[in-house]
Design a protein. Structure first.
Length: 334
């Protein structure tokens, strides 16, 4: 798909990422600092077994999946660790060991494994992409931004590559790429911090890198959220104009439903967002956060807050992006 803006318009937007408030380097250099001052802050010590503190200060612990799913993930993790033991420096073995640890909710272990990869393979953007993702999971957003910005520097002028799925969708067709994931998660980290100008720039770049309809829908969802939060209703309408109910998507149903809600082609009742388990619960958290954002965009702050507070009752879904975003919005309201 072509970039949503001409390069002459997109390039100034991307400069925001080079000289925004998270960059302690030379303004306009386009080179992210190695470690921004905000990324060097020592996190608050965690209770035993906790993986993170929520943005509201609550300890967060790993949550077991359904028994059959948990057993399969444990087996995958064991196989990945065996492969890593056989080839300790192999980049693919390190990445899969980290990913398998993360799927079990062992985010700190995953971060340690990806850090080993960063140290051994400093020019491999995949390690920064995955470590940054898990820094988002554990709410260390400045560290996530630092990683993604370094990754952006590494992928500049490189060919994109499909990223294999660790938890395949129903058709076992990967829908994302390395470039997409770096921009997508960078935009999310800025969004969660309330840095909407930087989030907008990242999501515009992400939309340009979105090759599969699922990626287009997922990026458009966050881009519309960001544009509306920034008072850019015209840009939100432009993005929504390219969204329709017949898009050939595999796994982004909740994102599509919310976009169609914004277009007036879905009703609140059709979107839903109720309770569930496993992947269904993740979808429902996504829908529930989107419903809250839809209310917020229409000035219904009380309804938005009610939707976001309801999300936090689904404690087992604390790693879902919609859950973290609800935390962030509630935290900023205090």
């Amino acid at each position: 798909m072509p970039p949503p803006y001409p390069r002459s318009v997109l390039a100034p937007l991307l400069l925001v990422l080079a000289c925004g408030p998270s960059d302690s380097g030379e303004a306009g250099s386009g080179t992210p600092p190695e470690t921004p001052p905000s990324a060097t802050v020592t996190p608050t010590p965690l209770p035993d077994g906790a993986q993170a503190l929520s943005l509201l200060g609550q300890p967060l612990f790993p949550v077991a999946a359904a028994p059959d799913v948990q057993e399969a993930r444990e087996a995958d993790y064991a196989a990945a660790m065996t492969a890593l033991e056989a080839a300790p420096g192999d980049p693919d073995a390190l990445i899969w060991a980290g990913r398998r640890a993360a799927y079990l909710g062992r985010y700190r272990e995953a971060i340690d494994l990806f850090t080993r990869g960063v140290d051994l393979h400093p020019d491999d953007a995949r390690f920064l992409r995955h470590r940054g993702h898990r820094y988002v999971s554990v709410r260390e957003l400045d560290r996530a931004i630092a990683d993604f910005r370094r990754a952006v520097d590494l992928i500049r002028d490189t060919e994109d590559e499909t990223e294999p799925d660790g938890q395949p969708n129903a058709l076992a067709i990967p829908t994302s790429t390395l470039h997409f994931n770096i921009w997508y998660h960078l935009g999310l980290a800025h969004y969660l911090k309330g840095e909407m100008e930087q989030a907008l720039a990242a999501y515009e770049a992400c939309l340009a890198a979105s090759k599969h309809p699922d990626s287009v829908v997922a990026t458009s969802y966050w881009l519309v959220n960001t544009a509306l939060r920034s008072g850019l209703e015209d840009r939100a309408r432009e993005v929504l104009a390219d969204i329709d109910a017949d898009m050939d998507i595999i796994e982004s149903t909740a994102y599509l439903d919310i976009l169609l809600l914004h277009k007036g082609e879905r009703t609140l009742e059709q979107v839903g967002g109720g309770a569930g388990s496993g992947d269904a619960a993740l979808e429902n958290v996504t829908a529930a956060y989107g419903v809250g954002n839809w209310h917020y965009a229409h000035g219904r702050t009380d309804e938005a807050m009610a939707a976001w507070h309801a999300i936090l009752e689904r404690e087992a879904q604390w790693a879902a992006f919609g859950f973290i975003a609800a935390e962030a919005d509630i935290a900023r309201s205090h």
